[in-house]
Design a protein. Structure first.
Length: 132
């Protein structure tokens, strides 16, 4: 019916379509081409896709802002968080280090320890550079 060479091609492409989706699409075509009013008791009368958001509905995502020098935490997947700290070292380059944890709170604690450790290393490197 769709003009594919084999039925397997048709099944591979269109098997995810349900009866409700077909009825809804047919009702949308009737409204668009035939200017037919939808039946009130017809479940396919409702459009298959929600209305597109209007420009006035736009609300930008404001993520959690961290203070400079506190690193960042991102959720890698459902059960893994990554904390990253990237300070500028005395050589003028950023050297990043990461910590990983199963919860955000655990990652915050590990990141806090990492920051303290890295600040000590940076202070040692600055002292060494000033001495030389």
């Amino acid at each position: 019916m769709l003009g594919h060479v084999s039925a397997a091609t048709t099944l591979d492409i269109y098997t995810h379509i349900t009866d409700d989706m077909r009825q809804s699409a047919a009702a949308n075509i009737d409204r668009g081409i035939g200017k037919v009013e939808p039946k009130q008791d017809d479940p396919a009368a409702t459009p298959a896709q929600p209305q597109a958001p209007r420009m006035t509905d736009f609300k930008p995502y404001l993520g959690r802002k961290r203070k400079p020098g506190t690193g960042c935490i991102s959720e890698i997947n459902d059960h893994l968080f990554e904390g990253r700290y990237s300070p500028v070292w005395p050589d003028g380059k950023k050297h990043a280090r990461n910590v990983y944890a199963h919860t955000r709170e655990e990652c915050e604690k590990k990141l806090e320890k990492l920051i303290v450790q890295m600040k000590k290393e940076i202070a040692k490197a600055k002292a060494k550079e000033a001495f030389v």
